[in-house]
Design a binder for this molecule. Structure first.
Ligand code: ATP
Length: 514
């Protein structure tokens, strides 16, 4: 059985709430579907992930790894607006094409993404009823099989059925289909396009001419500034532009905790290169991005790199242009995987679209090649919230031998709290000594939020709290500290304890958390 199935999403969500990682947005008003707020630990975890990305992409590109040809990778940052001229989204294809086909059930009132529904019928039977289920969802599969068996008046197994995606069904076939949550036949509507962009109005008049959109991706802000960046900096192709920021999609069925939200944050790179070098850069970025997710703790079978089949390629990708997903096995996708980051060779699609729509030349003059061309683009596009969710799921480690019954095994670089400092009891000079150590650690490791100082409750309860927060090390000041200047170090992952000199704590932590 895959490891992830032993982790329950309900338990993970309960811990997220209990410890202040993630709350439902507008909770005191009953919530709002598809929106989530981060609490103190979650906000810090998210910042650590964003900071690690920014450092390894912008400040120290590819953490020093050389690109094809042995040259250093050049990346510059931008920070562009959430609302842009609506023509941007017409040019990018989002106004016309950013649609998920959707299906409504007239009986149950449920709404599904058409590409998420599969249908089953008995093998070889063209006239009987067809039963829809949600692809990848075992429960709805089992229900559909049961309903089909009941209709056929005998027990059918997987071998007796034919499967077909709903998107390939004719209107006639839809009429004999039973929805996943329906009893009647033919209650599913035909798939309809549903624009995923949130609309708003600019200015006071709110007429059709004032319509604007909240950006559904951060990428376009980079493309429309390509010429500005080239004209105002010294960057030369090949180079990349990076940005992080909020994106909004009016998802038809937000679900799976923060995985599919309506407001989320992206971390995107658009890497511009000569068309002849695009293949090499694509491979470079795909492999480095995969290695990066591994470096922050998503190792092993739960992380995979999946190259797209040609029939999955997006509207801009042409034959031979690679696209791959870096995917994580979340408890709710297990044994399958869910996308964390897409790495795509977008060709010159976006620059060409903007060049045509804006009627502004976006070609680049390459002095070395003495050639004018529209660069090709490699886009590694990651979801920050999905990254945080993967870190939370990966870290969640049940352990019935501990008082907390669970601990969060974050990579030390990601851990929201890096160390705990605890006086064993609140007397005999221990609190003062512990405060001294806390101040020393704050001086060396940045702000005080990274270091938890706690003198309440029993030491076991304090360790349990830190286990759930995913704090890698706790230092306890006890009676012996007062005589021999040693402290107890408790390791989160092994729960084992050792004694080290109080003057060695900074070094100890630096070696382990960087
Ligand atoms: P999906 O197929 O899951 O809808 P996508 O292929 O539409 O995703 P992209 O447009 O490639 O996603 O967006 C890049 C990244 O942004 C994704 O890899 C994902 O991490 C993140 N992302 C996209 N949609 C959402 C969402 N609704 N909620 C949270 N993160 C998202």
């Amino acid at each position: 059985m895959p490891e992830q199935t032993s982790k329950s999403m309900d338990d993970i969500m309960a811990l997220c709430k209990r410890r202040g990682f993630v709350y439902q947005a507008s909770e005191i008003y009953g919530g709002i579907n598809g929106f989530w707020d981060y609490g103190p630990l979650g906000a810090q975890l998210k910042k650590n992930l964003r900071d690690a990305w920014w450092r390894d992409v912008v400040m120290h590109p590819c953490a020093g790894k050389r690109g094809p040809g042995g040259n250093p990778v050049r990346i510059v940052p931008v920070d562009t607006c959430i609302i842009q001229n609506p023509k941007v989204w017409a040019a990018s294809g989002h106004v016309a094409g950013f649609n998920d086909p959707m299906v409504d059930c007239r009986e149950s009132k449920a709404r599904y993404r058409a590409d998420h529904l599969m249908c089953m019928g008995e093998k070889g039977d063209k006239s009987g009823q067809i039963y829809a289920f949600i692809d990848g969802d075992e429960e709805s599969f089992a229900t559909a099989l049961k309903k089909l068996s009941k209709y056929k008046k005998r027990d059918l197994t997987n071998d007796d059925i034919d499967l077909c995606p709903l998107t390939q069904m004719s209107a006639e076939e839809l009429k004999i289909t039973v929805g996943p949550h329906a009893k009647e036949v033919g209650t599913l509507t035909e798939p309809r396009a549903f624009n995923l962009m949130f609309k708003t109005y600019i200015g006071a008049t709110a007429t059709e001419d004032d319509i604007a959109y909240l950006r559904p991706e951060t990428a376009q802000g980079i493309f429309i500034n390509f010429k500005n960046v080239v004209d105002t900096t010294r960057v030369r192709v090949p180079f990349g532009v990076a940005q992080t920021g909020k994106a909004f999609r009016n998802e038809v069925t937000p679900r799976n905790f923060t995985f599919r939200s309506r407001e989320f944050e992206q971390m995107e790179i658009e890497f511009f290169c000569h068309p002849d070098e695009a293949r090499e850069w694509y491979t470079f970025w795909r492999d480095w991005r995969m290695a990066w997710w591994e470096s922050i703790g998503l190792k092993g079978d739960n992380l995979i790199l999946r190259e797209h089949d040609s029939d999955e390629l997006a509207h801009y990708a042409k034959e031979g242009a690679g696209t791959s997903d870096i995917e994580y096995r979340f408890p709710f996708t297990s044994p399958g995987y869910g996308e964390l980051e897409g790495v795509a060779h977008r060709t010159d699609f976006d620059l060409r679209q903007h060049q045509d729509h804006a009627k502004v030349k976006l070609e680049y003059f390459d002095q070395e090649r003495n050639e004018r061309y529209l660069p090709h683009v490699i886009e590694p596009s990651a979801g920050l919230d999905r990254g945080v969710l993967a870190l939370l799921c990966e870290a969640y480690t049940p352990d019935l031998d501990r008082p907390s019954k669970v601990y969060m095994k974050f990579h030390p670089r990601m851990a929201p709290i890096k160390a705990g400092v605890f006086p064993l009891v609140k007397k005999d000079g221990m609190p003062e000594k512990a405060e001294g150590l806390r101040d020393e650690l704050v001086k060396h490791f940045g702000h005080s939020g990274f270091i938890e100082f706690d003198e309440k409750q029993s030491i076991g309860k304090r360790y349990a709290r830190m286990d759930e927060a995913g704090c890698p090390f706790c230092f306890t000041i006890d009676g012996d500290t007062m005589t021999d200047n040693t402290v107890t170090v408790r390791d989160r992952d092994t729960a084992s304890q050792e004694r080290i000199g109080i003057d060695k704590v900074v070094e100890f932590l630096r070696d382990r958390i960087g």
